[in-house]
Design a protein around this ligand. Sequence first.
Ligand SMILES: C[S@@+](CC[C@H](N)C(=O)[O-])C[C@H]1O[C@@H](n2cnc3c(N)ncnc32)[C@H](O)[C@@H]1O
Length: 267
Amino acid sequence: MSSNQPNLVAEGFTDTAADYDDAVRFNIGGAQRLIMSIPAGQYDDVIDIGCGTGWTTQALVDRFHPARITGVDPSEGMLEQFQAKLGGIEGVEITLAHGDVEHMPVPDAAFDLGICSMAYHWFPNKWDAAKAMARTLKPGGVLAILCSGRGGDQAYRDVLANTEPVNYTWLGAFDAVQRDIPEMEDYLLQAGLEVEDVWMERRVRYTTVEAYMERMRVVAGHLIGDPSEGEVAEYMARVEAKMHEMSGPRGWTYEFTKLYAIARKPA
Ligand SMILES: C[S@@+](CC[C@H](N)C(=O)[O-])C[C@H]1O[C@@H](n2cnc3c(N)ncnc32)[C@H](O)[C@@H]1O
């Protein structure tokens, strides 16, 4: 990926920030399960990397009540939503840090807990990203990651592979983002972390074609392109027509795969 890829991703998320929460309620459930999987403990200083609109931080506040939270994101629009959602919570000091994971404007070894929910799959340099996250942790600090797992959305990928002319960027993006358990273990080990637990969750979902495409728009708008442009609109209409053809009585059926990881910096 080129070096300007994170900016493209950030701009895409800024465009869709206001619609994000409505379209990704399943991500929100996943974020809550990630937070429930963090070992019990006292986490006063927390960093949320790729913090987005703050759903994961909200779940974290509910469980751990940290004193200070730093939200990091390269998307201004997401940081605004994060501030709006979490800025008023009593007893919790919120700091916003504008930047991407490899250039976080935050001190080293300053955090008891790092969380990174549904953002890691967008990081173009996975090993460097893990190292960058590890450097923010205090000795003994915990890192909790949730990201897109290998094998999800195969029905949609099949539609894309058979809609011509083939959109290689969109189709190839699934391989670029999805990861499996051994890959995640390697990122964490190479970053000098102890891996406590890594697991995959696979779910079958039934939805409408329209709702599925809306989810795609808010999480991957930068790959799809501007749907108001003739060529993109025409291509999407053909994709959606195929999806309708393949839909059964329960609607559009797809599998979604999530990868979870909990690691710790050696004390
Ligand atoms: C799908 S949202 C997830 C937001 C939030 N963590 C949640 O659980 O709902 C992905 C977020 O990752 C951010 N992001 C994308 N590329 C990034 C990068 N290179 N470094 C840090 N954050 C990034 C996006 O701007 C976006 O806010």
